[in-house]
Design a protein around this ligand. Structure first.
Ligand SMILES: [Fe+2]
Ligand SMILES: [Fe+2]
Length: 252
């Protein structure tokens, strides 16, 4: 397989050959998706993936369709088959791409990238394209978009925003099945450490700073001190090599 360099000219020609059909399929598949996982999420993941691939040898003929199709099967977040969602999306993507006669040699790497993108699938990324897609999708859980999606998902699952009495977990375990703010401490603040590519990690660290600023402002509005919330943030960041950089920022 010839690696295709990440460049806009290739992307344009790919889009004119395949883009419209794939987009139409994704729109149909995601017609009933919740607001955090609809077509806008997919469009942002495609942009993230394209941006992260810049300057790498990533094969865009794999990465672009994998990004477009990565969530093409909807499985609700609280469903027992949730950890199968990315495998189901990979199989459905392969079926659809076969129907539209997408180049056969790209199908297996596309399928792998889609299957491996999700946390809960626990499939190690074996290719650069799989790593880039996973990072592109994980960036969606950080920054302003990540904050909005976290709270929207929590609201849809009828969660509380924070635990009354102790909004920032210090003397208790965080529980993100009960309150959305705990999701920062269970998952989001550690996410930058799971990134697979250098460009993905750098952007994840930048976006993590915004989450910290949000938590501090929330603490102030709820009558807590910044040093109190910082203690729980620092323990969630644990021994992250980026702790100082993430914590030193105080706003846009
Ligand atoms: Fe996904
Ligand atoms: Fe996604």
């Amino acid at each position: 397989m010839d690696p295709v360099n990440g460049n806009s000219a290739y992307r344009e020609s790919w889009a004119s050959t395949w883009g419209e059909r794939i987009e139409r399929f994704v729109e149909q598949q995601l017609a009933d998706a919740d607001s955090g996982h609809g077509v806008e999420h997919v469009v942002r993941v495609v942009e993230n993936a394209f941006g992260l691939a810049n300057g790498t040898d990533a094969d865009l003929a794999v990465l672009l369709p994998a990004a477009w199709l990565h969530d093409c099967v909807i499985v609700p977040k609280d469903s027992p088959s949730r950890n199968q969602a990315s495998r189901m999306a990979a199989a459905r993507a392969r079926q659809f791409l076969t129907e539209i006669a997408y180049p056969e040699e790209r199908l297996a790497p596309i399928e792998h990238a889609i299957a491996a993108h999700s946390f809960s699938a626990r499939i190690p990324c074996e290719t650069l394209e799989a790593k880039l897609l996973q990072d592109a999708d994980r960036l969606e859980a950080l920054g302003a978009i990540g904050l909005a999606r976290c709270l929207m998902t929590g609201g849809a699952m009828r969660q509380r925003l924070y635990a009354p009495g102790e909004p920032f977990p210090i003397g208790r375990q965080p529980d993100d099945t009960q309150q959305s703010v705990d999701h920062f401490f269970c998952k989001l603040l550690g996410l930058h450490r799971t990134m697979q590519t250098e460009s993905g990690r750098a952007e994840a660290v930048r976006r993590s700073r915004f989450l910290v600023v949000f938590l501090r402002q929330l603490a102030i509005e709820l009558g807590y001190s910044v040093s109190e919330v910082d203690r729980s943030i620092e323990s969630a960041l644990a021994d992250s090599p980026d702790l100082v950089y993430i914590m030193e920022w105080s706003g846009v």
